[in-house]
Ligand binder design. Structure first.
Ligand code: ATP
Ligand code: MG
Length: 870
């Protein structure tokens, strides 16, 4: 069965059981402070389990793009080494939100595997939660009874909390699970060791394929469990592992999900898969990682130096490194695999097709820059080896190489091993741990349990039309983080405050009670579908009714910037071409920032044209057409622009100004004339093929122009109110260049004269031509002078001192013949004499300089110079 059909069969099976098929959520999560990447199918539904949102349908099914490279689920180090863990994989799942429970979940899973897919029952094992004394939960008897009706008892295994109790995070919904495992070993192997002894023992052919989670508890902040009012089903089956079973192979990499990529890698790198373990691991790593990276880029997440971008960069670098070390790839090659990938997966995930060129460009550029880093690292490592006395490289040095230069530790270890050096691996681990602790402490957040004041469901955001509302707090909790200190999170029954999202900053404002007492709301965010208001303190009576008022000035400026962003997007497509796609956006009250795909610098003429286009739309006074209840399809048919990597519901909001129409949840001006004026401040590259424009509008534009005007008039007045200031500046520059030339000539003449005088002052001390003297030259002049004197004298020892605007400078010249004969070293001389000027320096044996604070010590330094030749 082709993997494509395997995927379709799964979805159709659950559709036949009244499930709604929904699309995969983006793999890269935006606007969720608790999670960077989707790591399980349930992530996009967690608000339904938490009871903070209501699903459109109580039964859904999908295939979800997952990435397990950070946080609670991190499989990165396994990937490639084993044959069944990936960084990016698809998780097939079916869900019940307060609808069916264990009985249906278990029956259907069995029916699908054995009847629809026709898997031999003899190779399947199932597991049941054994219970936990510590948590006071008994064995999952309900699941056990259900399984007993289907499978013989010797195929049922009891699992502990580690394997059979699923938790999303430290807090939140959780529950016991039943897993289904397959045993793909040969008959002889099975006769030797029974499969049930190998379940959950990391055997590559006895693996878990499906996890059925029965969500019935909520883990509270103090670690205790409480029963949820409703019970849910959350299942996840690894698509690649299922394909392995159904295609009769013994590795995920031998399924048609991976074989096209592996064939291509062998071709590009001129290697063979299946002959040598090291090569095989490298090929698997590359086949796996190119998927993760391409899917991330298609979701709008570029490799970068922080956060999610950094995680993606590290995955790509791991692939490059394996290619570099084990497949001898010294040039960029990973990007070449994108064509194969998009051909193969583009149907199920169209974003791969439409973003193909961008993926290739970005990956190629990253590869080239990392290969340069590797080159530099190799040179540095060479130096470190030379400097090491005992053929051992300290953990600290290795960590520096890793941390500052991005040079991978396994490569360091490999090279050191080859050259007969050892690495202090433990020291390295310690440094790494210290760094991890530092960043963990910096980002640690502890949150208390929610204090629920009312069961009422929040009506959410009501602030499109009004900046004020009468509200009640329905729940609140205390949170504490290093970054923000102690804060309260408040949730209202409805709110005029816009929560940070879609690039737009969250609103600020106040919460006022009947007595006029005010609590400041410092930011607004969205978490698990709840709109959370941050406040430094709690109102005196949280149960009271409040007037919630958004800061109107800040909101108005933000709205102007958001609407201008849409017009800018439209202008870019008009002026640069329809290939322009939004790659990131930041709408602040003071400015806006827009990242977009475009392959060359935007010229000044183009920038002017873009500004002009936007300002014309502003002059046209286009009213906002706000369609809040359109269906997604309707909106796209009407020409609205949707973004890749964004999650849209069935009902969307389309924001329209004239010809500009975008799907957007942000707040906007009522009429483009409210933007007043649009001004681009900068244009630059952020990555290969991605440009960034920063711009301002409204008050900020006004301030910008008045500042510019002020600066300009200051310049004019400095220029004595010249009629044409540009001309006046040019003539000043010319005059300056002419004067500089003259000064240089004068200095040269002076040095020549000085040289004549000094020649007469050179003394003979014990066969050495010696001179120590204070001169009035800069360091360049002193060096020239020294070398000129050296042409005329051999066995020369010079020490010049000078006062450079209050700083002392010593320069020592020693002829090469003297260096040898008397074992002298100019570097040591200045170091020694540097003490008198309270400074230090160094250099080569024949020429060195030192700088210091104490000009009063110059004379003493000059006197002591004689000691070196005596
Ligand atoms: P394992 O113990 O094998 O790592 P898991 O317990 O972490 O699996 P779950 O979190 O229960 O797995 O995820 C549900 C299913 O997703 C698993 O049964 C498996 O088929 C699949 N899966 C999990 N992690 C990966 C991965 N890194 N690569 C491919 N498939 C995976
Ligand atoms: Mg796992």
């Amino acid at each position: 069965m082709r993997s494509q059909d395997i995927r379709t069969k799964f979805l159709e099976f659950f559709q036949s059981k009244s499930h709604t098929i929904v699309p995969s959520a983006p793999m890269v999560i935006k606007d969720d402070p608790t999670l960077m990447f989707t790591n399980a199918g349930m992530n996009q539904f967690k608000e339904y389990f938490l009871g903070t949102g209501t699903p459109a349908s109580p039964r859904v099914t999908d295939t979800q793009k997952c990435l397990r490279v950070s946080g609670k689920h991190n499989d990165l180090e396994e990937v490639g080494k084993d044959t069944y863990h990936h960084t990016m994989f698809e998780m097939l799942g079916n869900w019940s939100f307060g609808d069916y429970f264990k009985k249906e979940a278990i029956q259907w899973a069995w029916e699908l595997l054995t009847e629809v897919y026709g898997i031999d029952k003899e190779i399947l094992y199932v597991s049941v939660f054994e219970g936990s004394e510590e948590e006071e939960i008994p064995v999952d008897g309900e699941a056990l009874a259900l399984w007993k009706q289907i499978v013989p008892e010797d195929r049922i295994i009891f699992g502990n909390k580690n394997d059979n109790f699923w938790e999303m995070g430290d807090q939140g919904p959780c529950g016991p699970s039943s897993e289904i495992h397959v045993d793909l070993r040969s008959e002889e192997e099975k006769a030797r060791i029974p499969g049930r002894d190998l379940v959950n023992k990391d055997h590559p052919l006895v693996v878990e394929i499906w996890n059925l989670v029965f969500i019935q508890f909520n883990r509270k902040a103090d670690g205790s469990l409480e029963k949820l009012p409703q019970q849910h089903v959350d299942t996840g089956m690894g698509f690649e592992r299922l394909s392995m079973v159904l295609q009769g192979v013994k590795s995920n990499y031998d399924t048609d999900v991976f074989t096209p990529l592996i064939t291509e890698i062998q071709k590009i790198t001129n290697s063979t898969y299946g002959k040598n373990e090291e090569t095989d691991i490298a090929i698997r790593v590359i086949a796996d990682h190119v998927r993760a990276v391409a899917f991330a880029i298609a979701d709008g997440q570029l490799p970068g130096s922080t956060g999610a971008g950094y995680v993606i960069r590290r995955i790509l670098r791991r692939a490059i490194r394996y290619g570099f070390t084990f497949l001898d790839q010294k040039e960029a090659f990973v990007y070449k695999l994108v064509d194969t990938l998009s051909k193969q997966m583009g149907e199920a995930f169209p974003e791969l097709r439409s973003q193909k060129e961008l993926c290739k460009n970005v990956i190629r550029e990253e590869e080239n820059s990392f290969l340069r880093t590797l080159d530099q690292g190799l040179v540095l490592l060479d130096q470190i080896m030379k400097e090491s006395q005992d053929r051992n490289v300290s953990g600290k040095k290795a960590f520096e190489l890793y941390d500052t230069y991005g040079f991978p530790i396994d490569l360091t270890a490999l090279i050191l091993g080859e050259k007969g050096y050892t690495l202090d691996q433990k020291g390295f681990e310690e440094e790494l741990q210290k760094q991890k602790d530092r960043s963990r402490n910096a980002s640690k957040v502890t949150s208390g349990d929610w204090e629920i004041l009312s069961d009422e469901e929040s009506a959410g955001f009501v602030g499109y039309d009004s900046l004020e509302a009468e509200v009640k707090i329905i729940r609140y909790r205390k949170v504490e983080s290093k970054k923000e200190g102690q804060l309260y999170q408040l949730v209202f029954n409805k709110t005029p405050f816009y929560p940070e999202g879609g690039g737009q900053v969250g609103d600020r404002g106040i919460l006022e009670d009947r007595d006029g007492e005010v609590v400041y709301i410092t930011d607004t965010r969205k978490e698990n579908n709840l709109i959370i208001h941050l406040a430094k303190e709690l109102p005196k009576d949280p149960a009271a009714t409040f007037k919630a008022v958004v800061n109107p000035v800040r909101r108005a400026r933000t709205a102007a910037n958001h609407s201008a962003t849409h017009l800018l997007h439209q202008a870019l497509r008009k002026v640069l071409g329809p290939h322009v796609e939004q790659k990131g956006s930041m709408v602040h009250s003071d400015y806006l920032r827009f990242d977009f795909s475009h392959f060359s610098k935007v010229t000044p003429e183009e920038l002017r044209e873009i500004e002009k286009f936007v300002n014309s739309r502003i002059s046209e006074k286009l009213p906002l057409e706000d369609n809040r209840e359109m269906s997604y399809r309707e909106a796209l048919e009407a020409g609205a622009i949707a973004l890749f990597g964004e999650k849209y519901g069935d009902k969307v909001r389309a924001v329209k100004f004239g010809e500009s129409m975008e799907l957007c949840g942000g707040t906007h001006v009522g009429n483009t004339s409210d933007i007043w004026h649009f001004k681009i401040i900068s244009e630059a590259a952020v990555a290969s093929g991605i440009r960034r424009i920063e711009a301002i509008t409204n008050e900020a534009a006004k301030e910008y122009f008045s500042e510019q005007t002020e600066t300009f008039s200051e310049i004019r007045s400095v220029l004595k109110n010249a009629k044409d200031p540009v001309k006046a500046v040019i003539s000043l520059q010319e005059e300056n260049a002419e004067l500089r030339k003259q000064v240089e000539q004068l200095l040269k003449d002076k040095a020549k004269n000085l040289k004549g005088d000094l020649k007469n002052e050179i003394r003979q001390i014990e066969g050495v031509n010696f001179l120590a003297k204070k001169v009035d030259l800069d360091s360049g002049g002193i060096k020239d002078l020294s070398f000129q004197l050296a042409e005329e004298f051999d066995k020369l020892f010079l020490l010049f001192a000078s006062d450079q605007n209050g700083k002392a400078l010593l320069s020592c010249y020693i002829s090469k013949d003297l260096v040898k004969e008397k074992d002298l070293h100019a570097g040591k001389v200045v170091k020694e004499l540097g003490k008198y000027i309270q400074g230090g320096g160094g250099g080569q044996p024949f020429y060195a300089t030192a700088g210091g604070k104490n000009t009063a010590g110059i004379n003493e330094a000059l006197q002591k110079a004689e000691d070196f030749v005596k």
